[in-house]
Write a new protein. Structure first.
Length: 163
C-alpha cells in the first residue's frame, strides 16, 4: 500500500522531533494554542481521487490509542493543508469526523503529565474515490478501517510531545 515516492512534510513539525506548544491542546489540563501544523504531500499514487488525513497517538493510556483529527474527501488537487486548517478552515467538500476529544476540529497533543514521550502520527491517505464510503457520524475506528481497506497509499510524519 505504501508508495516509496508518496511523502508528507511540514514546515511546522519534523519527523521524530518535539512539537511546539502551539500544537498542544487547549483543555484537558493543557494550555496550548491548539493549532494544526502546516502539512504538504508530494507524489501521490496514480489514480488518487481524494485524500484523507488522520492524526493518531498510539501511546495514549487507553486500549485503543487516541484520535486527534480525522478528515476525508480532501480534493485530489490539494497538495496540503495550511497551518490552522484544523479550526474549521478546510477546503470545500472535506468531511471531518469526531476525534477523541469529542470535536470534529483538530485536537492538539495533550499527553498526561509525567507519562513520557508520545508519538503523534500525521498520516495522509491517497484514495481511489472522491468520497470515503462512511456515514457522516462514523466513529474514528470505522473511518480508520475504511482508510486501511481502500487506500492506494499513505505517508506518515511522526512528531513527538511530552508534558
Amino acid at each position: 500500500m505504501t508508495s516509496n515516492s508518496f511523502s508528507l512534510s511540514s514546515d511546522d513539525i519534523k519527523e521524530g522531533h518535539f512539537m511546539a506548544k502551539a500544537h498542544e491542546f487547549d483543555g484537558f489540563g493543557c494550555g496550548g494554542d491548539n493549532v494544526s501544523p502546516m502539512l504538504e504531500w508530494h507524489n501521490p499514487p496514480q489514480g488518487t481521487k481524494s485524500y484523507a488525513l488522520t492524526v493518531f497517538d498510539p501511546d495514549a493510556p487507553t486500549s485503543s490509542g487516541f484520535w486527534h483529527w480525522l478528515v476525508t474527501d480532501i480534493p485530489s488537487d490539494a497538495t496540503g493543508l495550511a497551518k490552522g486548517a484544523g479550526k474549521g478552515r478546510l477546503p470545500p467538500g472535506c468531511r471531518s469526523f469526531r476525534n477523541d476529544y469529542g470535536s470534529k476540529d483538530f485536537g492538539g497533543a495533550c499527553p498526561p503529565e509525567g507519562h513520557g514521550m508520545h508519538r503523534y502520527q500525521f498520516t495522509v491517505w491517497a484514495l481511489p474515490e472522491e468520497t470515503l464510503a462512511v456515514p457522516d457520524d462514523a466513529s474514528a475506528a470505522v473511518v480508520s478501517f475504511m482508510l486501511n481497506a481502500n487506500a492506494l497509499g499513505k505517508a506518515t510524519l511522526t512528531a513527538t510531545y511530552a508534558r
